[in-house]
Design a protein around this ligand. Sequence first.
Ligand SMILES: NC(=O)c1ccc[n+]([C@@H]2O[C@H](COP(=O)([O-])OP(=O)(O)OC[C@H]3O[C@@H](n4cnc5c(N)ncnc54)[C@H](OP(=O)(O)O)[C@@H]3O)[C@@H](O)[C@H]2O)c1
Length: 281
Amino acid sequence: MITPPATALVTGASSGIGSETAAGLALAGYTVLAAARRIERLNALAARHPQIIPHQVDLSRPGEVEAFCRAIAERPEPVEVLVNNAGYSTRGVVEDVSLDDIRRLFEVNFFALIRVTQACLPGMRRLRRGIIVNVSSIVGKFPFPGSGVYAASKYAVEGISDALRIELAPLGIRVVTIRPGAIATEFNETATRMTGDVMARTADEYKPFYAAARMAMDKIFAARKRTGPELIATLILKAVAAENPQAAYTAGPLSGEFIGKRTQLDDDAFLQFMLDRFGLI
Ligand SMILES: NC(=O)c1ccc[n+]([C@@H]2O[C@H](COP(=O)([O-])OP(=O)(O)OC[C@H]3O[C@@H](n4cnc5c(N)ncnc54)[C@H](OP(=O)(O)O)[C@@H]3O)[C@@H](O)[C@H]2O)c1
């Protein structure tokens, strides 16, 4: 349990889950370093919560990540609560996503997460306490059709979180994975922008796949209420405040059905479930 007024760092704090989490931590009494590219959003958040300190950084640029990590290391107060939340998705079957786009996505979703974690660990080791919360996704456990690259980045987040949890437990540092379902934030809008016109560049053979997946997703979403980012921020705050946080928390629309099936079924049965659920064969 890390209690205020410890220092927290939240990446991706300009919007959605990160913004709600940074505000919640500030209200609870933590000093919060809030990082993202859109500095005007961070400044507005800091104007509402004086305990928030904005940091502008583009996590897709390794040079900026290094400068950001130096700034973290030079702070007199170590970061005791790290929320690695920044992330985005790009859609498309694997053949339709360029390697440049895949590398950029991994810079933000995975490599920056590791580098920022490395920058915070010396301070946590010195104190022999700390909590690292890595925001994964339900797709950290299975890919939705057309989300393979994004899912791979979250599988990587799951893997590194599992490894860190084992390495850091003897040092008193907790590692928690958060797996949101479908949460109403700017996430989808960003994914659409980053994907571009995939139907214009895909091969004819994939067009029925995209159409079937789209129709199934629309049907699934039409039957569900939208849930805002507060649900996930509350879960993160709960993990930070817990004496013994769980290794992982899963919440939000679609999480029950799909993670449930992924847990119950073997690999072949799960493949069949997904093909049936999305009308793919
Ligand atoms: N919403 C969902 O349905 C959902 C489901 C599962 C998992 N998640 C995960 O939850 C996390 C938060 O997503 P969200 O739903 O809150 O989406 P969001 O509203 O789009 O927020 C994404 C945040 O990441 C930051 N970010 C993106 N690219 C960045 C970059 N290059 N450098 C620095 N910061 C960057 C954005 O800040 P700037 O644009 O200002 O840089 C923004 O603050 C992500 O890791 C996402 O994968 C979301």
